[in-house]
Write a protein that binds this ligand. Structure first.
Ligand code: ATP
Length: 354
């Protein structure tokens, strides 16, 4: 029996609702498969926990997480805590501390789902986001607070090692897809140091992947290309900030923020990787039982792939697609189904073993 140790961190907003749904589906898959099971430990780290204790991650917390095969993360963000405090308190220490430098975000219009875009059916992208440095390196400071000379800096950090490894990862990913096409996205006309180095290193790495077709786009231009010519894109590699923005756009174009999955990978497996839906806490629908769990299910499928359970990952994607095709849709997709309805339908498909 293969046992996968999972650290579940549901955290804030709809996080607990979608993670509970995700775990239900994962356990249904394990029961159906019979060859593996999950050993799941819940961590209560959240904004409520922060308000009570003064920290998100207790001392030794990261050390504790190291023992797990993967981290299944909900969402962080609360109306009681400034966003930069919650993000830097919980999600970023894990992603950066565990060197999860490759953030992978697929976007596709699932069967039965309506894209807001004419031609939306052509969306089949993977956005590869550099996840360890760049604009979110945390390099900056603020002085002379409150004075007219108050100054703040937020310096993006690009290292050759960091840029090369994300390009290499993106090329390897693109090489495995039918289109074998990788688009480099930067802003190297206006930003002439870090971005120009990104471009240069991209073409150096490209020499090792002659079978991957490449092209290049500025970040502003790629937004219009995503909307007007979705079919011309396959895999996109971009910096932390740029890819963060592009992947929200991609999720919305594929029907809803409630669909998009994310994997934060440490490809070398020196540390556990973290899997989370793209969306955040979504306070407006928290506690109403209507959060779309599809993003979390798709995220769970990516986690299964990472854990070497390719069969279960495929079955889960089939289940998700059967259920979206059946129009078991939550309100964000124009339906009336609840989180529980969608979860039940996915579990039934899995158990039926179709
Ligand atoms: P955060 O600051 O944590 O990113 P947010 O509420 O500002 O949170 P998101 O949670 O990413 O931003 O989502 C924006 C909106 O999209 C939500 O208010 C909600 O209406 C919708 N949304 C996001 N995720 C889902 C979901 N899983 N199911 C249904 N609607 C969702």
């Amino acid at each position: 029996m293969r046992i996968h140790k999972i650290a579940a961190i549901p955290a804030d907003g709809i996080g607990p609702e979608v993670i509970a749904a995700g775990l239900e589906v994962l356990n249904a898959l394990a029961s159906h498969d019979g060859g593996f099971k999950f050993d799941i430990e819940h961590f209560p780290w959240s904004s409520d926990y922060y308000l009570e204790h003064g920290y998100y991650i207790p001392e030794g917390g990261l050390e504790q997480l190291k023992a797990f095969d993967a981290i299944f993360f909900g969402a962080v963000g609360s109306q009681q805590v400034p966003d930069h405090v919650s993000l830097w308190g919980l999600r970023l220490p894990i992603a950066q501390g565990f060197d999860q430098y490759a953030n992978v975000r697929p976007a596709r219009v699932l069967p039965g789902v309506q894209s807001p875009l004419k031609g939306g059916e052509d969306i089949d992208w993977v956005i590869v986001r550099e996840n360890s440095e760049g604009e979110y390196a945390g390099n900056g400071g603020r002085t002379h607070r409150g004075l007219p000379i108050e100054t703040a800096t937020e310096t993006a950090v690009f290292t050759r090692a960091g840029v090369e490894r994300i390009h290499r990862f993106a090329f390897e990913l693109a090489q495995k897809r039918p289109a074998k096409h990788l688009t480099l996205v930067t802003k190297s006309n206006a930003q002439r140091f870090g971005m120009v180095m990104w471009d240069e290193i991209f073409y150096e790495v490209a020499a090792d992947f002659p079978d991957v077709k490449v092209d290049r786009e500025l970040v502003d231009a790629v937004t219009t290309r995503m909307v007007l010519k979705p079919k011309t894109l396959d895999v996109i590699v971009a910096t932390n900030l740029h890819a963060d923005i592009l992947s929200d756009l991609a999720a919305a174009l594929s029907g809803s923020l409630g669909i998009g999955p994310t994997a934060n990978l440490n490809p070398e497996r020196a540390f556990p990787s973290m899997f989370e839906p793209i969306h955040g806490s979504a306070f407006d629908i928290t506690g109403k039982g209507i959060a779309n769990p599809v993003a979390t299910f798709w995220t769970a499928a990516m986690m299964l792939e990472h854990l070497g359970e390719q069969g279960a990952a495929k079955r889960l994607m089939q289940a998700i697609e059967a259920v979206t095709a059946d129009k078991v849709h939550t309100p964000d997709l124009g339906g009336k189904a609840t989180t529980a309805d969608v979860t039940r339908a996915v579990c039934e498909f899995i158990r039926a073993g179709k």
